[in-house]
Design a protein. Structure first.
Length: 283
């Protein structure tokens, strides 16, 4: 891997750029629009959004105004918790496409496995949503389908009825929690581990040892952590609304972390938060 447009190959043969631009917590309107525009100007070709982020329209407008050809882009959105079930999923996907102004998505994910609304029947609702997503895949509305925040027991249940194995599991992956059990399960099933919050929603910057490592490589803490993610074979989705940082976060292909430094960074468990437990989440 030596550039931003290098790709991983998903389990269905679709290629996905090795770094994506995250838009979680980017406000709809000018903030999200300018951030995505800056990312596309900086060379990102992989944009990650979700119905729950409430910014699909701004993301879509930035994509349109960027002038980048649709076939050169990889766009992800996600199914929100209110919309689990067969018919609701079909409608939610159509609405996301409409808001984004796109004919198809490159990747569509079930955002959370066990929403409060369906806590007594999450297995069945996920199976129904997945069936709708498999049909969308066949119809060409999406090029790949996957999940987010799923733990092994959620994936086991899904795979009981799934015809298509998820291509991606997007999880909270950063030096504060390497989610080893989930990553091992993903690997075993040919599911790519995508890292949302690869910078620990900013908390990673308060780890002093990371600053020392960054200085050694003449890089920023963010660049070091994105590089760490890539060397683990993860797909990081760094998010920023500052053009300068958006650009900086792409400059991670001209250095390599030593095995010792990788091991040190692996040891920062719990220092920048932990993932939300999907089975007890209150949404």
């Amino acid at each position: 891997m030596n550039k931003l447009t290098d790709t991983y190959t998903l389990n269905n043969g679709v290629k996905i750029p090795v770094i994506g631009f995250g838009t979680w917590q980017s406000k709809d309107g000018e903030e999200a629009y300018q951030a995505v525009k800056a990312a596309l100007d900086a060379g990102y070709r992989h944009i990650d959004t979700a119905a729950a982020y409430g910014n699909e329209e701004s993301v879509g407008k930035a994509i349109k105004d960027s002038g980048v050809a649709r076939e050169d882009l990889f766009v992800t959105s996600k199914l929100w918790n209110e919309d689990h079930g067969y018919e609701a999923t079909k409608k939610a996907l159509d609405l996301s496409l409409q808001k984004l102004g796109l004919d198809y998505l490159d990747l569509y994910l079930i955002h959370w496995p066990n929403p409060v609304k369906f806590r007594d029947e999450w297995q069945q609702k996920n199976a129904e949503s997945w069936r709708a997503m498999e049909e969308a895949l066949e119809a060409g509305k999406v090029r790949a389908i996957g999940v987010s925040n799923f733990r092994p027991h959620h994936l086991d249940e899904l795979l009981k009825t799934a015809k298509v194995t998820p291509a991606v599991n997007q999880i909270f992956l950063n030096p504060s929690d390497t989610e080893d059990k989930v990553v091992a399960y993903n690997k075993e099933h040919g599911i790519l581990s995508e890292a949302y919050s690869p910078l620990g929603t900013g908390k990673i910057f308060s780890i002093p040892e990371l600053k020392e490592i960054a200085e050694k490589y003449h890089k920023s803490v963010a660049q070091v952590v994105i590089r760490w993610s890539l060397q683990h074979g993860f797909l990081p989705l760094p998010k920023s609304v500052h053009a300068e940082r958006i650009q900086q976060n792409t400059e991670v292909f001209d250095f390599e972390l030593s095995a010792d430094d990788m091991k040190t960074i692996d040891g920062f468990h719990g220092q920048a938060g932990a993932p939300t437990d999907p089975d007890t989440a209150t949404f």
